[in-house]
Write a protein that binds this ligand. Structure first.
Ligand SMILES: [Zn+2]
Length: 82
């Protein structure tokens, strides 16, 4: 788990967002997990034959964009910005 992911979980655990927003953001976090090797489980360009993906490092741009929604909160790292 990356620092960004840990920080996002803390933001979502705070109960400051409507339940539907929290649920949607948790779903995004679940879809964009680290595969254990440092690559996103969801992102990556598909090739024409759809068998090979270009791996994308975590935290991916999707998670960086998600974190930007909470950028005004303590602990947000400017290096996470897109
Ligand atoms: Zn991703």
């Amino acid at each position: 788990m990356t620092d960004l992911v840990t920080w996002l979980h803390i933001q979502l655990d705070g109960g400051r967002e409507p339940d539907a927003v929290t649920a949607a953001h948790r779903a995004i976090l679940e879809m964009h997990r680290d595969d254990g090797l440092g690559w996103c489980t969801s992102c990556g360009d598909m090739t024409l034959d759809d068998h090979d993906r270009a791996p994308v490092e975590t935290p991916c741009d999707t998670l960086r964009a998600l974190a930007s929604a909470y950028a005004d909160r303590p602990g947000y790292h400017p290096g996470w910005a897109l």
